[in-house]
Design a protein around this ligand. Structure first.
Ligand code: GLV
Length: 391
């Protein structure tokens, strides 16, 4: 055996990770308590202590989602994987599904559903708007889907989609409701059982303030019945909720090995959920709304224009502002990062080049951080307006 690949010189240097303030659409900064938890010793993924932590995480997710669903767990994946797990379990080839597209997440969901062989129908509105009940009912009545997908917090546009009546509506049409709450959970109300949501998922890295890598998800008894009625197994083993549910002891049976859970991330999410539980849902939502109000007032004072025109439709966790005419958003973003190590983001999907996005999530949703972000943005705008400012 000959060494044909030299030791990479980059790995012989110390790891360098700068301290940045993440005021974009996520991930957000983790509280020190979460970071500390992740430095605790690694346990085996089926050790009793690890299983107890999984039970605690499950209880925390049930609280955060306001659900008593037995099939509630965290998938070892980013928020995107929550979408994938929903589609993989609920769709069988040939099923008609209806996707609400009002930003990138609806587009992604349609793409995923197609890959599982669904007959995908969409309802569409321009970026920056939200769906009214009438349009959704018209879609359900026309297409008669088995599943309706909608994003509550469209982080690409900054829209907060109202969803409280949708479960009832979907069930009237014998259709399951899947809600993406990756960017919204904890910043706006979501009451899974009361609102009759069949599948709800979020990401660990947004309001909850754990690192990316775990996606809390829950399935209603109706959603489980759909999985039970499948004629072919879930096509991707990794997403199969019947096996994953057994790994998380959701069905009252002994745990069965499915995969090796990222235990350090599990500790992080456990602590993030503990912090969330200590604060309480309503206080956490109120804090995000208070910070968003302060941010929005400040942005107006800076003469900036909101991308989402209707005030009630603005998502507290992700604010989108139009890039001022004649300015390059990349200059603004770069100035904030270079001068203050502060992240603000550009657009995503349909809003690329059109908006600047500011995130207020979890540990970063404080009045001090809002004020700092406004100050940095004001300076960055001045900088971008100077003649001959380059990237
Ligand atoms: C990711 O969730 C983003 O909105 O950029």
């Amino acid at each position: 055996m000959h060494i044909q690949v030299d030791r990479p010189a980059t790995l012989l240097k110390p790891l360098f990770v700068p301290q940045k303030l993440l005021m974009g659409p996520g991930p957000s900064n983790c509280p020190p308590r979460v970071l500390h938890a992740m430095s605790l010793p690694v346990l085996g993924h089926l050790h009793p202590e690890c299983c107890s932590i999984m039970d605690e995480v499950k209880a925390g997710i049930q609280y955060a989602f306001q659900t008593k669903n037995a099939l509630t767990l965290a998938v070892s994946t980013s928020g995107h994987g929550g979408m994938e797990a929903s589609m993989s379990n609920l769709i069988e080839s040939g099923n008609t599904v209806l996707i609400a597209v009002h930003g990138i997440w609806g587009q992604r969901a349609a793409n995923m559903a197609q890959r599982y062989g669904a007959d995908v129908r969409t309802i569409n509105i321009p970026a920056g708007e939200y769906f009214c009940m009438k349009a959704i009912e018209a879609g359900l009545s026309q297409h008669r889907p088995v599943l309706f997908f909608i994003t509550q917090g469209e982080s690409s546009t900054g829209v907060h989609q109202p969803i409280e009546q949708l479960g009832l509506l979907c069930h009237k049409y014998n259709c399951l409701l899947v809600v993406d709450a990756v960017a919204s959970l904890g910043g706006v109300p979501v009451y899974m059982d009361e609102w009759e949501i069949d599948v709800l998922y979020t990401g660990s890295q947004k309001v909850l303030g754990a690192p990316p890598g775990l996606a809390p998800i829950s399935f209603s008894p109706r959603a489980i019945a759909k999985i039970e009625s499948r004629t072919i197994p879930v096509p991707v083993f990794y997403w199969d909720m019947k096996i994953l549910g057994d790994y998380w002891a959701c069905f009252g049976k002994p745990r069965v090995y499915h995969h090796t859970i990222p235990v350090s991330l599990l500790y992080g999410l456990r602590e993030a959920l503990a912090i969330f539980v200590e604060e309480g849902i309503n206080k956490c939502i109120a804090r995000h709304q208070m910070c968003a109000k302060r941010l929005h007032n400040g942005l107006e004072k800076l003469g900036l224009e909101f991308f989402v025109e209707k005030e009630e439709a603005r998502l507290p966790t992700v604010t989108t502002i139009k890039v001022p005419r004649g300015l390059d958003w990349r200059v603004i973003q770069k100035y904030a990062m270079k001068t203050y190590c502060l992240e603000i983001s550009g657009g995503l999907g349909p809003t690329v080049g059109k908006v600047i996005r500011i995130g207020l999530m979890g540990y970063n949703a404080t009045l001090e951080k809002v004020d700092l972000t406004l100050k940095v943005l004001q300076e960055a705008l001045l900088h971008a307006r100077r003649p001959h400012t380059n990237l």
